[in-house]
Write a protein that binds this ligand. Structure first.
Ligand SMILES: *[C@@H]1O[C@H](CO)[C@@H](O)[C@H](O)[C@H]1NC(C)=O
Length: 260
């Protein structure tokens, strides 16, 4: 081995800073909690494929009850296309708000707030059978789409900011992994033998509520991102006014001070 190479290695070892903590339980919990949002995002992408025939029949019956005549095939396929595509429209409409939400509320509380969309959308999808199901499914898909648009920005941001440098790459892949797992889960559950059958589509569509509820339950135990807290601190230093969002973060700020 060339001696210069050896030299560099020795130097690095001499200068080595104390090792960053690795995967602590709090970090694992926070990353798990955050990627529940990605799981839900994937689930809603995948879930709509399986029950197409069942839902079209349901739309058909709803239309017949409402107008007294069955819909033209073109109307039915337009309704169906709308139910699928409105998800992306909701996502596109909501995603520009990611930066604003993350900076005004903080990463953790922006995730909590966005869960409101997921819960409302999931409830509409689950209860669609009780009302005008075409309208309710379209509305529900729009709301879960908006949640997914927020989650696909907030989750990688939060995970990237709480992960120590050494683990940032590895943990950063979990968002994408969870999206794909969600799609897989939706495809499997959508099988005719599981939840793809005629009477079971409300349950299939509403299952996204599971990860949403679990995420909402766990998020209060996750710390706020240190990068956001530092930004708040810097802002406080510059002006006498505290960011309103920082008020709830006294505990996290004190913890951060302990580390500085
Ligand atoms: C819609 O309902 C009508 C009346 O029940 C039926 O004749 C028609 O085949 C149905 N169309 C589809 C696509 O299910």
């Amino acid at each position: 081995m060339p001696s210069g190479f050896q030299q560099i290695q020795t130097d690095e070892e001499d200068d080595a800073e104390p090792r960053e903590p690795g995967l602590t339980p709090t970090l694992a919990l926070s990353v798990f909690t955050a990627v529940l949002g990605s799981l839900q995002f994937g689930y809603h992408i995948g879930v709509i494929n399986a029950p197409q025939k069942v839902l079209e029949a349901e739309y058909n019956a709803t239309w017949l009850r409402r107008w007294g005549v069955p819909p033209a095939p073109a109307t039915l396929s337009t309704l169906w296309a709308l139910s699928v595509a409105i998800f992306s429209v909701g996502g596109m409409a909501a995603s520009p708000a990611v930066g604003l939400l993350a900076d005004c509320l903080g990463r953790q509380r922006a995730l909590i707030a966005s869960n409101g969309l997921a819960l409302a959308g999931g409830a509409l999808l689950g209860l669609a059978k009780l009302g005008p199901c075409d309208v309710l499914v379209v509305l529900g898909r729009c709301l879960v789409g908006a949640y997914s648009g927020l989650a696909s920005g907030l989750v990688p941001m939060y995970v990237g900011e709480i992960a120590p440098t050494r683990l940032r790459g590895a943990l950063g892949t979990l968002h994408q992994l969870a999206v794909v797992l969600g799609i897989l889960l939706a495809q499997v559950l959508g099988l005719e033998a599981l939840l793809g059958g005629p009477g079971r589509w409300p349950l299939l569509l509403a299952l996204g509520l599971g990860p949403a509820a679990l995420q909402l339950l766990l998020l209060p135990f996750c710390p706020e991102s240190p990068r956001y807290l530092l930004a708040v601190r810097r802002h406080q230093g510059r002006s006498r006014h505290t960011l309103p969002a920082a008020l709830g973060h006294q505990r996290d700020l004190l913890l951060l001070d302990g580390h500085l």
